[in-house]
Ligand binder design. Sequence first.
Ligand SMILES: C[S@@+](CC[C@H](N)C(=O)[O-])C[C@H]1O[C@@H](n2cnc3c(N)ncnc32)[C@H](O)[C@@H]1O
Length: 230
Amino acid sequence: MLEDIHSTIKHEQELTMEFSFWNNKWENMDIGFHEPQANYFLQSHLADFNLPEHARIFLPLCGKTRDIAWLLRAGFRVVGIELIEKAVQQLFEELGVTPTITSMDNLTQYQADNIEIYVGDLFNLIPEILGPIDLVYDRAAIVALPQDTRTQYTQLIPHLALGAPQLVVTFEYNQAHLQGPPFAVDNQELTRCYETTYSIKKLASRPAEDLKQRRKVDGMETAWMLTAIS
Ligand SMILES: C[S@@+](CC[C@H](N)C(=O)[O-])C[C@H]1O[C@@H](n2cnc3c(N)ncnc32)[C@H](O)[C@@H]1O
């Protein structure tokens, strides 16, 4: 099943387009999605998951998010994956940590105490490389992907997570008013993506101030708890 997902997911052309899109963003530092401090919902709702001490948290499409520094300071272990190496280099520079860098088949591992970041395409990640995790934290990952890739992403994540819950942060707005990313992902869309693999509970919602300021669109930012259906 996992092989099916990996092999049918991507045509080379799609991958190249996706790489150039995100590479341009990082080259031009057009990274309005990057928050100046740890995400509000991460800070206010991580405790709802009752994670064990030193839990291992997976951040797909992690960029150089400040959430990582916040999680490390809180005593968690972090594993992430990010397509663009420049983002990961900046992440470690900003953490003030020198990583050990290891080339693997399709991925490059940046590793230091309590942190492992893979540079490469999420769709090249397999559970054997990722290892056991206690939580998937998806901030600006599911909403970064257009619908086809989003569907593939939401098929892959449960295979990688192996039963771990998810904290997911989404944006909801009228998609006709804005070309994503970020794409609008409302309750109905989240249900379409995950109804066979997770039960979905809304944790909290607030006006998406950042969307309003940067893109002049009214919307809501919502945090969800996804619990794996066994
Ligand atoms: C909207 S940004 C969010 C970054 C981070 N989660 C945050 O909150 O700041 C999405 C990130 O996903 C990365 N990305 C896009 N497609 C990817 C893929 N297929 N595999 C791994 N990373 C990818 C992009 O380079 C970009 O840094």
